[in-house]
Ligand binder design. Sequence first.
Ligand SMILES: O=C[C@H](O)[C@@H](O)[C@H](O)CC(=O)O
Length: 272
Amino acid sequence: MSKLLRKPNLKETSPGVTIVHEVTSENSSLEYVGFKVIDLTPGSTYTEELAKVECCIVALTGKINVSDHEQAFKNIGTRESVFEKKPTDSVYVSNDRSFEVEAVSQARVALCYSPSFKQLPTMLIKAEDNGIENRGKYSNKRLVHNILPDSNPSANNLLVVEVFTESGNWSSYPPHKHDQDNLPNESFLEESYYHEMNPRQGFVFQRVYTDDRSIDETMAVENGDVVLVPAGYHPVGVPDGYESYYLNVMAGPTRIWKFHNEPAHEWILNRK
Ligand SMILES: O=C[C@H](O)[C@@H](O)[C@H](O)CC(=O)O
């Protein structure tokens, strides 16, 4: 199995708290992006102290209360399934703070991390404040919820976005990359993908590859899997009959999403 593909690895760490995924610089090649998925049963709590990292807490499904022990945000979260395709609530917590997540209902929560040294205010990112985009045409159509885009100054390094791709369509396509710290032409952003499928037994194909093919991995990605993108292009193809969801975390030396389309396939964008 590709080293870029992570299957769910459920570990109950305290009563009602199950870690589903944990991506760190210690167990991956990523230096800027960290990622966790946790499942919480009603009434259970997850707490964390942040050192020099910031965290965007995304209420993937279910209702949660979030506190940084100075502010409390109650009953956040908008959906029982990501495939309701409603934006959801998130909370940004900066470095050198601690937080608690309490499950009001059964909940799945994504914790998105990146390095951070200048403490910023804790911020509720309301569902209705997500920027919504319908991107693409032909079989390249996808729905994008910009949770924490580079236009939102609430974070130091973190970018968080969720993408819904319909049956038989492609997203993160035409293939693009952001693996060169070469602004204004391209930014260097590592990336993680947390995937869900509807129906659950589905899969997508994702390829992660570099111009020199030093990385060239094509994966069958299933419900609940994570794909790591240290560098390279990273298109996703969705088989007929299934819907795809993924949550992206991006981070790098500069918080700008400036990608570079693969020249061989950029013509896709010029179709009438
Ligand atoms: O770099 C960003 C990720 O590849 C996705 O968020 C991608 O941009 C989604 C899309 O536009 O299809």
